[in-house]
Design a protein around this ligand. Structure first.
Ligand SMILES: Cc1cc2nc3c(=O)[nH]c(=O)nc-3n(C[C@H](O)[C@H](O)[C@H](O)COP(=O)(O)OP(=O)(O)OC[C@H]3O[C@@H](n4cnc5c(N)ncnc54)[C@H](O)[C@@H]3O)c2cc1C
Length: 306
């Protein structure tokens, strides 16, 4: 086991890197543990046009890499491992990872969340080239085009309504004949002339050339195959926060996101959560970075008062 760090940050996405930047510039002894690559899920974004400071936009991989470069400039220590459990022992937090145990006085959990995938041919190939999991991020790229949204819950309908600002037509593909979304969203969607529903339908594959051009569909009741010409498809079939190992330790909402207060404090003293992993996040880079800064400042105050 390593020595006891003042602060351990779990996750090296925008939230974790922003927390790391603030904490290491405050000269705290900080270790950041990341299971994949520094930068987080924004590394997968083709182009980010809504993060302040980049009027021409910036590729996600450049933004994530720049964030990592800035965060590691002030003495941040990093370890590449997957955190698998956290135990509270007195005023210490023991983190079990794939590479052994680490100890800290304070932990900031910034592990983000993952979008559920359709798991069909073409989905991975065309991600960032017409396949998107974030209407707010990518909607503006589809001005006057016909696009599809897959899903039938609140996120799918919210996304569809938002996307009508840009697209000429939004085709909502849902595998059932009824929606799970709230009645008010359903009423708005049914009343919107740009939105059309394809019921009892699943996507079988996504095809195109350099960009998405067509969806192959199947009606689950009749078995009939069809195709749909679209230039984009927004997948809204669920979001899984990376909190499986935190059940029983922290208060999670019904989906599994971590409940925090305005200082990013969880119910456990000395354990904070920031970014997409927390309940109520708008799940954007700018909010993740803000949460990370808030959590780091709150963590520093906690350490000073402990
Ligand atoms: C394709 C795509 C395009 C996007 N476009 C935009 C955009 O244009 N604008 C915008 O604002 N947002 C965009 N987003 C959303 C944005 O990427 C997220 O809101 C942001 O990355 C959240 O930051 P985070 O630090 O909270 O989480 P993440 O970026 O998800 O980072 C979490 C990190 O924690 C690590 N981790 C998770 N669990 C563990 C564990 N147990 N142990 C160790 N490490 C762990 C993960 O490997 C990951 O690196 C996009 C997302 C995607 C996927």
């Amino acid at each position: 086991m390593d020595r006891t760090h003042q602060l351990i940050i779990v996750g090296g996405g925008p939230a974790g890197l922003s927390a790391a930047l603030y904490a290491s510039r405050s000269k705290l002894d900080v270790l950041l543990i990341e299971k994949a690559g520094l930068g987080g899920q924004i590394l997968n974004a083709e182009m980010v046009e809504n993060y302040p400071g980049f009027p021409k936009g910036v590729s996600g991989s450049e933004l994530g890499t720049l964030m990592a470069e800035q965060a590691t400039k002030y003495g941040l220590q990093t370890a590449f491992a997957e955190v698998q459990g956290i135990e509270i022992r007195g005023d210490e937090k023991i983190l079990s990872t794939s590479e052994g145990q680490y100890r800290a006085k304070v932990v900031i959990i910034a592990g983000g969340s993952e979008h559920s995938k359709l798991g069909v041919p073409g989905e991975e190939k065309f991600t960032g080239k017409g396949v998107s999991y974030c209407a707010m991020c990518d909607g503006a790229f589809f001005r006057d085009q016909v696009i599809a949204v897959v899903g039938g819950g609140n996120v799918a309908l919210n996304d569809s309504l938002f996307l009508t600002k840009f697209a000429s037509k939004v085709k909502v593909i849902h595998r059932r004949d009824q929606l799970r979304a709230t009645r008010i969203l359903q009423d708005r969607a049914f009343a919107n002339p740009k939105i059309e529903f394809l019921w009892d339908t699943v996507v079988e594959s996504i095809t195109g050339d350099k960009l998405v051009r067509e969806l192959k569909l199947k009606n689950v009741k009749t078995g009939k195959a069809s195709s749909l010409d679209v230039s984009g498809v927004f997948v809204a079939v669920g979001l899984r926060p990376n909190t499986g190992y935190l059940k029983g330790l922290l208060t999670l909402d019904e989906v599994g996101f971590i409940s925090v207060n305005a200082q990013m404090e969880t119910g456990v003293p000395g354990v904070f959560a920031a970014g997409d992993i927390r309940a109520g996040s708008i799940r954007q880079v700018v909010s993740a970075a803000g949460d990370g800064a808030t959590a780091a400042i709150a963590a520093e105050r906690y350490l000073a008062s402990a």
